[in-house]
Design a protein around this ligand. Structure first.
Ligand code: GLC
Length: 429
């Protein structure tokens, strides 16, 4: 595995140009081309362009191009896998979902960053844990995502304290016709569904893999959780069946148009929902942890993005400087202000600047952060997730009873782990 230092080229630092950006482009003068690939959901594009422009001012001989990726986590993953598997030297710096680090590190596609300056002591341990593979650090946390329950303060007096209350409130609001829909979440067959369904088993005391890496998606707690979700769609109809085709943005639109009492989504939605020119619910909502069911605890899927460096990059040192710049406190505060995405630096949470910058009240966010639950860190996470997505979706669309779907998912997931040499467990327990 190449070390960052061994890759040092002493590349000239220089002029940055954002492709398609509003910067004065100085491409003829640029001597080095650096490519950054990241997402541009909502105001993210604006923030990243501003920050790359500021980096440009410091390095006037480098040209940096922004390669925007698709919104869907799974499509982004596919694209990165194609590029890196083909040993493409670009993008130099990659915005990775927390769940891909183990896979990309194990494949040798991203550089170990243990010598990273200025260090990672300030970062939240849960985020740093997702950036490590076999003890080594492979990425620097950029922003933290946690699944949040958005609720309408004009329709309800308080956030539900249990899943039973959530269901009752959703039914009541819908019956009173104060909102057409009770609860909306990401139900399409993609990674977002796995995060929603992580919060439900969490709420009942279940999960995906246990501490020893054994598959537990067919445990009674997980079956109860999926039964709750399927009933919400097919029996109570508090969740519309159209949500089974929705990703983050369609869910946000439904809530933003005032159609739903509750929404499960990430922090980025807050900033957009408060925009009075587009949102019918501005100043009429708050966030809370997704509440506990019987036998569990409030659970918030831990997501977010980290920055990693392509192992084939021709400019590892310069890439490392860009990563250090983008993950510095000032840039994180600006991101928090413009996108409501949470910084992974601990020191910022004791800082009044974050309270001023973050569009949402920090006291509403803290209990959600405390309820954060990571997804398993394994190089075959994407394959495991794909199996789970298929069976979760079959149960939610009423094609299979939840217990049968999860038993089948568990069998396939166990077989996959055995094939990958990561487990010796048989198909059933
Ligand atoms: C968000 C999260 C990410 C998650 C994805 C699922 O982007 O940050 O961790 O995998 O949503 O849709």
């Amino acid at each position: 595995m190449p070390r960052l230092i061994a890759h040092a080229t002493g590349a000239a630092l220089g002029l940055l140009i954002l492709s398609g950006c509003t910067l004065a482009c100085r491409s003829q003068e640029a001597t080095t081309r650096l490519t950054f690939s990241g997402s541009a959901l909502g105001p993210e594009a604006d923030v990243v362009q501003r920050q790359l422009a500021r980096f440009a001012e410091r390095h006037p001989e480098v040209r940096v191009e922004l390669q925007v990726t698709p919104d869907s986590a799974d499509q982004r993953h596919q694209l990165f896998v194609q590029w890196l598997n083909a040993h493409a030297p670009t993008p130099d710096v990659l915005q990775l979902d927390v769940i891909w680090i183990a896979e990309f590190a194990a494949a040798g596609w991203i550089l170990p960053l243990d010598g990273f300056e200025p260090g990672i002591d300030d970062f939240l341990p849960a985020s740093v844990a997702t950036a490590r593979w076999r003890g080594a650090l492979y990425a620097i946390p950029w922003f933290v995502d946690v699944g949040m329950l958005y609720w309408r303060t004009d329709l309800l007096d308080r956030a539900p304290r249990s899943l039973i209350e959530l269901r009752q409130d959703a039914l009541r609001v819908r019956e009173a016709k104060s909102a057409r829909l009770g609860l909306v979440w990401q139900g399409a067959r993609y990674e977002g569904l796995v995060t929603v369904s992580l919060e439900h088993p969490g709420a009942f005391g279940g999960g995906i893999l246990d501490d020893r890496g054994r598959v537990i998606v067919d445990d009674p707690a997980a079956i109860r959780a999926l039964t709750f979700m399927a009933n919400a769609v097919n029996v109570d109809r508090v969740v519309p069946s159209s949500a089974l085709t929705w990703q983050e943005e369609q869910v946000r639109f439904a809530f933003q148009n005032g159609e739903a009492a509750f929404m499960r989504n990430w922090p980025y939605a807050w900033a957009l929902l408060q925009d009075e020119s587009r949102s019918r619910v501005a100043r009429r909502f708050a966030v809370a942890p997704f509440p506990a069911g019987e036998g569990g605890q409030p659970a918030a899927a831990l997501g977010g993005a980290q920055l990693a460096i392509n192992a084939r990059s021709a400019h590892p040192m310069l890439s490392s400087e860009l990563v250090a710049f983008l993950t510095a406190p000032d840039q994180m505060l600006e991101r928090a202000r413009l996108t409501a995405q949470l910084p992974p630096r601990r020191s910022l949470y004791d800082n009044t600047e974050l309270v001023a910058a973050l569009p949402m009240p920090l006291e509403q966010v803290r209990p959600i952060l405390e309820a954060a639950v990571p997804r398993p860190a394994t190089p075959v996470y994407s394959e495991l997730s794909e199996v789970l997505q298929v069976w979760l979706h079959r149960a939610l669309t009423g094609q299979q009873p939840p217990a049968v779907a999860l038993q089948q998912a568990a069998r396939e997931m166990r077989a996959l782990l055995v094939r990958a040499g990561l487990s010796t467990e048989g198909p059933t327990r």
